[in-house]
Design a protein around this ligand. Structure first.
Ligand code: GAL
Length: 410
């Protein structure tokens, strides 16, 4: 009997100890589409396996909707335990204000400086030599997604570049198919423009305009070509009539639209729809013109909280997110590339392989969030959502306004 009591006492103590370690962490993000939710589930599963609990704080809408909510909670003294931001400067004022947890010890223990590739991802987390976020993926906006049968069923070859796509558009329209699907959220219209810029004027021009803030170049003939292409894209997208990016992707998946300029997170939607890259759909990095990828994507930040258990669990979450197995499980579902090169991606599909090959060649450019402040990016977003929604706005007028924004951008 005594032995039984000893066993019971020991197991109770163990349960109590385990229970004491188990901490709920509220994690905010804006991943609410089918593909995004499937990817978030991989993070939650991996974190729950540590004995803690992922409390999902999904915020519907786009990043542009979610980030002000995240920022006001952190500055308002009601912080979540962890939150998504894009790679770059979106959280720099929160870090400068001392509101975000320094992860440098964890980064050094995990040798992040050795494993994260490209290192610019970690640079975007670093301020005054200290590291404040864990990068979790690489997402690039530079893609054109095509529904193969929308072209083949109408006697068209699947386009291999932007010009072929534009040339095929009239036949698609005759068949009642919207050539270009585009949601009308501001970041989507800017994404379309900056992807056209990188493809048609080249990555160097992109980096000079968004990185060096070269207003003369922004006002010049190089960009005039891009604004004319943007006006063409506006015309091809005029019958999209959707708001959310994944609703536009769904138009392509269901064959109601021929293509969409969108980041590689669109892959998650094709996967949820059980469509096969290379068979059902085609992806053209750099619109099939300039094969580069942007090192955009996502990182998680951890607001400082005066709670030892939460602080400990925050560190455990950061380690889980960058671990090799979680990097594979999450990125395969998300359609993004991992932030470390030492992982097995044999399960990667045709499109992910294209991205990995471009990354391996070093054909990478920084994301606009890494090059410009959140405020300057917002001004650009406001311009392009107006341009793509207002056919009365001429390409010339839009270019003049863009050059003016770039001249005062930071
Ligand atoms: C981006 C983010 C991606 C993707 C997209 C659409 O900012 O980096 O992960 O989900 O928003 O929500």
């Amino acid at each position: 009997m005594k032995a039984l009591r000893v066993v019971f006492a020991a197991s109770t103590a163990l349960c109590a100890a385990t229970a004491a370690q188990a901490t709920d962490l509220e994690v905010t993000h804006w991943w609410t589409s089918g593909g995004e939710a499937a990817a978030v589930a991989e993070f939650a599963k991996a974190f729950d396996a540590t004995g803690n609990k992922w409390v999902d704080g999904a915020i519907a809408g786009s990043g542009g909707t979610a980030r002000p909510i995240m920022i006001s909670r952190i500055t308002g003294g009601d912080p979540m335990a962890a939150t998504q931001f894009n790679h770059g400067r979106q959280a720099e004022e929160l870090v400068e204000a001392g509101l975000m947890r320094d992860l440098t010890d964890i980064a050094e223990e995990g040798k992040w400086k050795e494993i994260v590739f490209p290192s610019s991802l970690l640079d975007s987390c670093t301020l005054d030599g200290r590291i404040y976020c864990v990068p979790v993926n690489i997402h690039s906006p530079q893609w054109l997604w095509l529904n193969n049968s929308a072209f083949e069923d109408n006697g068209l070859a699947v386009p291999t570049n932007w010009d072929e796509f534009v040339a095929a558009a009239p036949k698609l329209q005759e068949a009642g198919i919207v050539p270009l699907a585009m949601g009308q959220q501001p970041w989507q219209t800017t994404l379309a423009f900056q992807t056209l810029l990188t493809a048609l004027a080249g990555p160097e021009t992109y980096t000079k305009v968004f990185g060096d803030k070269d207003a003369e170049l922004a006002a010049g003939p190089e960009l005039t070509k891009v604004f004319q292409a943007a006006a063409t894209a506006r015309d091809l997208a005029k019958d999209s009539n959707v708001q959310a990016w994944n609703d536009a992707t769904n138009l392509v998946i269901t064959g109601k639209a021929g293509g969409q300029i969108m980041g590689d997170w669109a892959q998650g939607e094709f996967q949820v729809a059980e469509q096969v890259a290379g068979k059902d759909y085609t992806c053209l990095p750099g619109l099939g013109v300039n094969e580069v990828i942007q090192t955009g994507g996502d990182a998680f930040y951890f607001p400082k909280v005066d709670d030892e258990a939460i602080t400990k669990a925050q560190g455990e979450l950061a380690k889980v997110m960058i671990s090799p197995e979680t990097q594979v499980a999450f990125n395969l579902k998300k359609g993004s590339l991992p932030v470390r090169g030492d992982v097995d991606l044999s399960a990667a599909n045709d499109c992910m392989r294209k991205g990995l090959d471009i990354l391996a060649k070093g054909n990478i450019i920084p994301g606009t969030d890494q090059l410009m402040s959140a405020d300057s990016n917002q001004q650009v977003n406001d311009l392009f959502v107006e341009f793509f929604n207002n056919p009365e706005m001429s390409a010339e007028d839009a270019q003049a306004q863009f050059a003016s924004i770039i001249s005062s951008a930071d």
